[in-house]
Design a protein around this ligand. Structure first.
Ligand code: PLP
Length: 390
């Protein structure tokens, strides 16, 4: 039977950039001890009190269909959190609860773009972005940021691609680069969106992981609330990746339309997951800082190692759980380096090229293993890079 073009064309050129990761997983299956610095998942599990609350909610009967837009309590809590952190008036009518940030990205583009319209995104990018945009029928168009700018986007580069486009997707703190967009960058982006009448879809799933500078939500910039859809998630802030709970925040009429979409796709998120998410969000910022602390620590340890050598360059790593390392001095592509490192030292990292052309000659290191092993792996990686220079 013939598959739809929408599905068969989802990956564009057919590669999703996960080949090194898959090879590493095969090696592990063959009994080889591989140090995995690939995917963005904490090395801790969801905290026991959150799981206890989830259990209580499920045992208490919250296992039937939950309200499609999200429970009143969770929508209220997300709205309060967003308002407190951004100053933008936000109520439950501005919030749709989704099964994770990924579903929120899809929903936001479904409401923003018609089939055949151009959806802009910035390169390097989170690996699912182009497929998500294709999935809603839009035509993805990447705008390259530059290593020499530490991957802060240039307003002029976005402006040059914006005519006729419908939306722009940004992500700060950024996966894969670790860049936190400055106020100046975000104000420039807001100006382009207003000048070209673009929807701005702002992926803020790493908003609790900022090591340098501050997280600014562009929804809070002048006249941006009516054209900005914010994507949030419990995954990174509360180590709840498997619970699949996220949200879209935007204008009330957009959320109304998204509730229609949810009715015909996901039909909501499990009630006991929502109750536990509400409980987790109400633990406050200190809890979130505890979840982020290992990455803050490892980023400092990693910086220290990189400062004591000159072969491997570090993009400033201002936020999120990754370090983007520049290995161009070795003369290798990110992909060739990642394969060679895996072969020689059984250390798995993601090639920069997995995240777009702008990250060529780089590798992304996830700071997701225990401190001592992380330090050892990074030292080995730097020594290995050094041996490649002749
Ligand atoms: N956005 C970015 C930038 C991510 O890195 C991820 C996950 O790695 C997601 C969205 C999706 O997260 P989730 O669907 O778990 O909320």
């Amino acid at each position: 039977m013939k598959l739809s073009q929408r599905i068969s064309g989802l990956l564009g050129d057919g590669s999703d950039g996960w080949e090194v990761f898959i090879k590493a997983r095969e090696m592990i299956k063959d009994g080889i001890d591989v140090v995995e610095l690939t995917i963005g998942e904490h090395d801790i599990r969801t905290a026991a009190p959150i799981l206890q609350d989830m259990h209580k909610a499920a045992m208490g009967g919250h296992t039937g269909y939950a309200a499609v837009p999200g429970t009143d309590a969770l929508r209220q809590t997300v709205a309060k959190r967003v308002q407190e952190r951004t100053g933008v008036p936000t109520g439950p009518q501005n919030v749709l609860i989704t099964p994770g940030g990924q579903a929120a990205l899809f929903a936001a583009h479904m409401v923003a773009c018609d089939a055949g319209e151009t959806a802009l995104y910035l390169d390097p990018f989170y690996a699912t972005y182009p497929g998500t945009l294709r999935g809603v029928g839009a035509i993805p168009k990447a705008i390259e940021t530059r290593a020499e700018d530490a991957f802060q986007p240039r307003t002029g580069d976005i402006d040059a691609c914006a005519a006729g486009a419908r939306s722009l997707l940004i992500n700060t703190p950024n996966n894969p680069t670790g860049t936190v967009y400055s106020r100046e960058t975000l104000e420039g982006i807001a100006d382009v969106c207003k000048a070209h009448d673009l929807w701005l879809i702002s992926d803020e799933v790493y908003d609790t992981q900022v090591w340098d500078g501050e997280h600014i939500s562009p929804r809070a910039l002048p006249d941006m609330a009516q054209r900005t859809l914010v994507v949030g998630s419990m995954s990174k802030s509360h180590a709840m990746t498997g619970s699949r709970c996220g949200w879209v925040v935007g204008p009330a009429e957009v959320i109304e339309s998204l509730i229609n979409l949810a009715t015909h796709t996901t039909y909501g998120v499990a009630g006991f997951i929502q109750d536990a998410s509400d409980f987790a969000l109400n633990q406050g910022p200190a809890f979130e800082e505890d979840v982020a602390a290992p990455f803050r620590r490892r980023r400092a340890l990693g910086q220290e190692i990189l400062e004591h050598q000159s072969t491997v360059g570090l993009t400033p790593a201002q936020g999120a759980m990754y370090m983007m390392l520049d290995i161009r001095a070795t003369g290798m592509s990110g992909e060739a380096f990642a394969y060679a490192l895996l072969e020689a030292h059984h250390i798995a990292v993601m090639p920069g090229e997995s995240f777009g052309a702008a990250a060529a000659g780089h590798i992304r290191v996830a700071m997701t293993i225990e401190d001592g092993a992380f330090v050892q792996a990074l030292e080995t990686l730097c020594e290995f890079a050094n041996t490649l220079i002749v």
